[in-house]
Design a protein. Structure first.
Length: 333
């Protein structure tokens, strides 16, 4: 994770635990970007070491390959790879998956004073930057994104552990018709500011170490959301969170697809000048209407970056509460 601090992260996300119904009636709308690290039981190639990775490259290993096994030993984390290499004597056979296809590669590890190495940097799960929607100062719980994080196969990532990190927006690529924009973020420090406990199709939820400050607002129900003016809280420059004007165009109370309960349009000239509208990385930006926290931005329309979708905050909290109940049962057993 420390290595990631030295890099700019391209945000590819437009997509505890005791949040009770009573505690969720007043929440702090946050709008702050955070670094997210969601780990599952898969290990993929993130990049190559220029010197030590030449043999792996020649053997056909590619960035994005999932390492399934090394010499027949199943791989679930980076430590499994190191252990298998240390046990090997000479070339190793890697079973990998790439674009839903399987392959076997024979690679001669590079011998170093620290042991044999493939010369690749590995990642477990998904890393990126998202926007925190709400924070409950009583329970220290928070929700972000408003939608789930998928793995490389396009499926909801089965997160086994996760962390949140302080982050800032370093630059912005404006959105254009047919080409969604992106926030470019950088992690500010290696120490986590929170623990993620669940990745769901209605958001990623966690517990904060210190949390966020701000004025708590009442939580709006789906019935409170009306077509008309509203605002969102977002961070599109450094760590400064600002309120921007939007218009809710339509409300879909019975939407079957998660994260598409309302259609909104960015009307704030300052935000339009900076981002062109909704860009990847703004997912989770809280939506405020009539003094209530009513939802979160979730998607951008590819052919019109000034418009996008949002989820009812009611739906995010419903899922957070369900997860809390499941966790409580596990803890009790």
């Amino acid at each position: 994770m420390k290595r990631l601090i030295h890099y700019i992260i391209a945000i590819a996300l437009v997509f505890c635990l005791t949040v009770t119904a009573d505690a969720a009636q007043m929440l702090i709308p946050v709008g702050q970007v955070v670094g997210l690290e969601l780990a599952d039981n898969t290990v993929t190639v993130a990049s190559f070491d220029e010197k030590l990775g030449q043999a792996a490259r020649k053997a056909g290993l590619q960035v994005g390959d999932r390492i399934v096994s090394v010499n027949g030993q199943a791989i679930q984390n980076a430590e499994d790879v190191r252990f298998a290499l240390n046990r090997a004597d000479g070339p190793v056979e890697l079973a990998v998956q790439r674009n839903k296809k399987s392959d076997t590669l024979r690679i001669e590890p590079t011998v170093t004073p620290e042991g044999p190495k493939l010369g690749v940097y590995l990642k477990q799960g998904v890393t990126g930057v998202g926007t925190v929607t709400w924070y409950d100062p009583d329970s220290k719980k928070f929700g972000t994104l408003g939608h789930g994080v998928n793995n490389s196969r396009g499926e909801l990532l089965n997160m086994v552990s996760g962390s949140a990190y302080r982050a800032a927006v370093a630059s912005v690529r404006k959105g254009e018709c047919g080409a969604p924009g992106q926030l470019m973020g950088a992690l500010k420090e290696a120490t986590p500011i929170g623990t993620l406990y669940k990745n769901t199709n209605r958001g990623v939820f966690g517990t904060a170490n210190t949390g966020w400050t701000g004025e708590s607002l009442p939580v709006g129900t789906a019935a409170d959301v009306k077509a008309g003016p509203a605002t969102i809280l977002s961070t599109v420059d450094g760590e400064s969170t600002r309120e921007y004007s939007v218009e809710i165009l339509k409300v879909y109370p019975n939407a079957g697809e998660a994260g598409r309960n309302m259609l909104l349009r960015i009307t704030d000239s300052g935000l339009l000048n900076t981002t062109g509208g909704i860009v990847q990385g703004m997912s989770g930006s809280p939506i405020i209407q009539n003094g209530k926290l009513v939802g979160a931005v979730t998607h951008v329309l590819v052919n019109d970056p000034t418009r996008g979708y949002g989820i009812f905050i009611e739906n995010m909290l419903e899922t957070a509460n369900q997860v809390a109940e499941e966790q409580a049962k596990k803890d009790a057993s």
